[in-house]
Design a protein around this ligand. Structure first.
Ligand code: HEM
Length: 547
């Protein structure tokens, strides 16, 4: 029997105690045990409905007056919240096994604290500073750590790894792409659909197109006639144009127009919410609130429209065997593949994965080449005897200095600088001598690792030779993974390297280059935003045609 007041009402103290107990049970029995990030709105509405339902029930069923029903319902609701959040707080502050990892104290309370630190979209710098302070293992969230120990690479990304993708990949659910698929079986099946699009044969086809874009960019740069070239912009145009054609058989003509179109702005706008590393429940709520996720939603719509265009104009597409063409082979018997949410998500994946990343590598690489004429001299010495007549990428694939320069750009400025989110297996994971509990989210930020003296000698210097003749300057080779590794690693790595090798060679063979007057690279270094991939600050280089 419920204890009642003299007026026959349930004692508010007893009701609140019951709600406190219910909150406690709901935390330990449910919220603590299961992934709950997908249902934030559902919880919110259920809670609201229960609150209103209780208030109405007390009035109708127990003849409460309106004020006392409101007071009792409110105290019950608050007590429930205190039970659920109070226990959550106790767990996070005192009982979480992750508390043995060093890091800023508030990080253990909520991931929103981390988001508040990333207002400048400079997650990679923030992580570097914190790792300097706290060491190889850094607590960054209530269930999150960052690791820069090279011993983490094999258990995290090796082929035998039992690590899976973390809840971050559910941010876009139900728009699940191959990349955001957390189900290993599904990812595996999808990867088999994608694989032919990146086979040696497919890449040979793409190379012909890439060489045409190389030619266009060289012409456009030549037109500047020694005036500063904003390479951030031009490499963006190049990589977006190349990706449009390779992905959808569509020539955006950006290199011809020389303009940064609206689509490019949308990509950065669409990626920006990722800069703050919001907890997934919060991110999902944010992008569902009308108006708030506008840039993000616009970009998603743009990608779907590109996919629809590709399917409707299959016969007009410039190429028969573009990447989407390969994926569509799996949809032969599907009447409207453009409505398939995974294909829509994959369309977006190609655009994001294939354009921003290569543009960033080019821009940083040319920052270093324009700052150091000796690198350009060495590249020419290596390339000139090979790049005669109709040379192809396969002819320069083994060029040590060229590959060394590209590796250095990727090491010092990885295009996915803060790393990818992974979840330790339920039984936990050993990194060297350190045990990490099960179901913990972790990242291995490539930017921080790339500049760590424990991993590389003279870590902050651009030394291409460390990759072929000064190997002692790479102390832990396994730490270098700008394309990630293992079954979830970058499927476009060889395509990216093809673009990087061919265009870089052509540019250094065609032009002398130096940083523009007044250019010190600080806009590129300081204004670049880390939003999973990067939104680059400007860089100006002067190219002078070689005679
Ligand atoms: C320098 C250029 C590039 C870098 C540094 C890079 C880096 C990466 C990284 C780190 C991942 C893993 C992401 C994660 O696990 O969350 C990835 C995945 C991926 N990349 Fe790249 N990428 C580059 C270029 C490309 C290109 C040109 C394409 C072509 C479309 C591409 C397509 C993909 C795809 C489809 C995935 C998802 C793979 C999967 O989930 O199985 N990437 N890339």
């Amino acid at each position: 029997m419920l204890s009642t007041t003299p007026s026959g009402e349930i004692s508010p103290a007893v009701a609140s105690l019951g709600a406190l107990a219910l909150g406690t049970v709901s935390f330990w029995g449910y919220f603590h045990r299961f992934e709950t990030h997908m249902y934030a709105f559902t919880y919110f509405y259920t809670f609201l409905a229960a609150y209103i339902g209780l208030a109405i029930g007390l009035c109708k069923g127990y003849s409460y007056s309106i004020p006392s029903s409101a007071a009792t319902s409110t105290s019950v609701a608050l007590a429930f919240l205190v039970g659920a959040f109070g226990n959550c707080l106790i767990y996070r502050l005192f009982l979480n096994p992750l508390n043995k990892f060093p890091g800023p104290y508030p990080a253990r309370i909520s991931n929103l604290w981390l988001s508040a630190q990333l207002g400048n979209s400079d997650g990679y710098y923030w992580l570097q500073e914190q790792h300097k302070k706290y060491g190889k293992f850094l607590r960054i969230g209530s269930n999150d750590i960052s690791i820069i120990d090279p011993a983490a690479m094999e258990p995290a990304y090796g082929n035998k790894s039992r690590v899976s993708k973390a809840i971050w990949y559910d941010n876009d659910y139900p728009l699940t792409s191959m990349h955001t698929s957390r189900d290993k079986g599904l990812h595996d099946r999808r990867r088999r659909v994608w694989a032919p699009a990146f086979s040696e044969k497919a890449l040979r086809d793409y190379e012909t197109e890439i060489q045409k874009f190389n030619e266009k960019l060289i012409k456009q740069i030549g037109k500047h006639k020694g005036e500063p070239v904003n390479v951030t912009k031009w490499f963006n145009l190049f990589s977006f144009d190349a990706m449009g054609l390779l992905a959808f058989g569509r020539d955006y003509g950006m290199l011809d127009k020389g303009e940064k179109p609206h689509e490019l702005e949308m990509l950065d706008e669409g990626m920006q919410p990722l800069a703050y590393r919001f907890p997934s429940w919060f991110f999902r709520m944010l992008t569902q609130i009308p108006g708030l996720g506008e840039g993000y939603n616009k970009f998603v719509k743009f990608c779907v429209s590109e996919l629809t265009w590709r399917i409707k104009h299959a016969d007009q597409a410039k190429r028969d065997s573009d990447i989407m063409g390969w994926l569509l082979k799996a949809y032969k018997d599907v009447p409207h593949p453009e409505n398939d949410s995974m294909l829509q998500a994959d369309a977006r994946l190609i655009i994001v994965a294939g354009s921003d990343t290569t543009a960033a590598t080019f821009t940083y690489l040319f920052y270093h080449l324009a700052s150091d004429p000796e690198q350009v001299r060495k590249l020419r010495e290596e390339l000139e005897p090979i790049c005669l007549g109709d040379w192809q990428e396969k002819d320069i694939r083994g060029c040590n200095h060229l590959n060394g320069c590209i590796n250095e750009a990727l090491r010092l400025h990885p295009p996915v600088p803060s790393g990818v989110n992974r979840l330790t297996p339920p039984e936990g994971m050993k990194v060297g001598e350190t045990w990490i509990p099960g179901n913990v989210t972790f990242i291995t930020p490539q930017y921080v690792m790339g500049r760590d003296e424990y991993i590389y000698a003279s870590a902050n210097s651009f030394i291409p030779e460390r990759w072929y003749s000064q190997e002692d300057k790479v102390k832990h080779k396994d730490a270098f993974a700008p394309f990630s590794m293992g079954p979830f690693g970058c499927i476009g790595k060889n395509l990216a390297l093809m673009e990087l090798r061919t265009l870089t060679s052509r540019l250094v063979l065609n032009f002398d280059l130096k940083l523009a007057p007044q250019e010190d690279g600080m806009r590129l270094m300081r204004k670049t935003k880390d939003h999973f991939t990067v939104d680059l600050g400007d860089l100006e280089v002067v190219f002078t045609e070689r005679t």
